[in-house]
Write a protein that binds this ligand. Sequence first.
Ligand SMILES: [Zn+2]
Length: 222
Amino acid sequence: MLETIKELNGFHQSDHKNGHVNGHSNGTASHADTENAKAKQAIETAVRTILTNVGEDPNREGLLGTPDRIARMYDEILAGYTTDPVKLVNNALFDVEYDDPVIVKEIEYFSMCEHHMLPFFGRAHIAYIPSDKVIGLSKIPRIVEMFARRLQVQERMTRQIAEMIDEVLQPQGVAVVVEGSHMCSMMRGVKKEHPRMMTSYMLGKYRKDKDLRREFMDQLRK
Ligand SMILES: [Zn+2]
């Protein structure tokens, strides 16, 4: 099961960065550190290129530190690529006899749209009906965060959250609803109305049973 989760999350794609997180304990610079330094340098160069080509002077005082700040910021806001999904859920699964919906709502997230590299953000709401296991409450927001902190489209993020919970808990059903405000549509164009985008993904009983779905949607309105 654990390997499937890793693949599901594309975790294997960034093994060199993973080395940075888990690797060195002896204080010497590891291969991963060198790779990370190279990547950071490349991002800084790219930011300088953008600054120059939008008509800025990358050497003026206010911009001098910007390439470095952006490179370090990406490390944080795109950290989802290097979050180990197996570690994330380890020791947080509990056996229970309970088969009513577990609902966690109003989970705030911040992500980056992959089409424009601008933020989208909002709230995620999650329900699942346990089979025999539940997951620690704090882990659900961390699952959302792991998928949010990447270049994303809201639809895929919604599905990935649902599939991860399905994979980990093997529940009777999972429902994920995500609301998102997208800076790329808010900042561009002339219209001053900013519709929020709603996406949902249902698995198991939530896909089949419209009463269950309605019960979840009603909960979200409270
Ligand atoms: Zn966009």
